[in-house]
Ligand binder design. Structure first.
Ligand SMILES: O=P(O)(O)O[C@H]1O[C@H](CO)[C@@H](O)[C@H]1O
Length: 293
């Protein structure tokens, strides 16, 4: 991991002020004519989604005031503005993870900036391990709900003083994932002939960076999780706090290991390989969803 001055200041940073978010948003508004209503966060290996955009303006994260940057392979570090299906969008090519050493205020920093840019809908994507035995590698799971496991242990991005300019102290999370958007995505997938590999289910976030033990996978299954990853929940919590509509999808990049006799081992290379196989399909799905929104 790079230990440049900038990285260290982000790791240590306890929180941000409203003015920090505002400065970032104002800087972006001054540097692009685009006024996005939709933001897309690309998961590991899923940065190709930004290729969908037309009339692009690209900002490396390092040039954007207060913006963190990604340290994980499969995550470029740039914010891409552009049009998709006639809608102005902003796409994060590279997200931030708790396991990188960032606190959750940093992990979720872009989401509040999007809110201040006028974004109304957040599309989150991730690579995830399949827990549900009926899931196959390469399936796309529309996220119905999540289990924010770090939240159980006190790591919720909304811990700390509440700024009412973003949202209420105790936000509801029983409606985290927008049902209408999910229905539209299902329709979009059916039209594209994707029904054979579309699933719906519950995403469980663990802190990472270790992949799960066999016993942990067994626990997650009994908790009702269908897929497991190391992201997404904090971004969704912060998005819902400030009133953004959320649609999420997980690409099932690997089957988790639940058998002590198995020789299989989870690894990031397999994760990235699977994302390559489904890149075009994911682009088609997101594009068709945007057309319906
Ligand atoms: O959630 P995204 O960013 O898609 O990445 C997933 O893939 C990586 C592990 O291979 C972890 O970062 C996990 O969270």
């Amino acid at each position: 991991m790079q230990v440049g001055k900038r990285t260290i200041s982000h790791l240590k940073r306890p929180s941000y002020t409203y003015e920090n978010y505002r400065e970032t948003a104002n800087w972006l508004l001054a540097h692009t004519q685009q006024r996005p209503k939709v933001a897309i966060i690309c998961g590991s290996g899923l940065g190709g989604l930004a290729d969908l955009l037309e009339n692009k303006t690209v900002f490396p994260y390092k040039d954007i005031p207060h913006f963190p940057h990604s340290t994980v392979e499969g995550h470029a570090s740039q914010l891409v503005f552009g049009d998709l299906q006639g809608k102005q969008c902003v796409c994060m090519q590279g997200r931030f993870h708790f396991y990188e050493g960032y606190n959750l205020a940093t992990v979720t920093y872009p989401v509040r900036v999007f809110f201040l840019l006028g974004v109304e809908t957040l599309i989150v994507t991730n690579a995830a391990g399949g827990l549900n035995p009926s899931f196959k590698v390469g399936d796309i799971m529309l996220i119905k709900d999540h289990i924010n496991m770090p939240g159980f242990a006190g790591q919720n991005p909304l811990c700390g003083p509440n700024d009412k300019r973003f949202g209420v102290r105790f936000p509801c999370m029983s409606d985290a994932y927008d049902k209408d958007l999910s229905r539209l995505a299902k329709e979009a997938a059916e039209e594209l002939g994707f029904s054979a590999f579309i699933q719906q289910g519950v995403y469980c976030m663990l802190a990472g960076p270790t992949f799960e033990t066999i016993a942990e996978c067994k626990v997650l299954k009994t908790l009702g999780a269908d897929a497991v990853g190391m992201s997404t929940a904090p971004e969704v919590v912060v998005a819902r706090h400030c009133g953004l509509r959320v649609f999420g999808l997980s690409l099932i990049t690997n089957e988790v290991v639940t058998d002590y006799e198995s020789q299989k081992k989870a690894n990031h290379e397999e994760v990235l390989e699977t994302t390559k196989m489904r890149t075009m399909d994911l682009q088609g799905l997101v594009s068709n969803l945007l057309a319906k929104m």
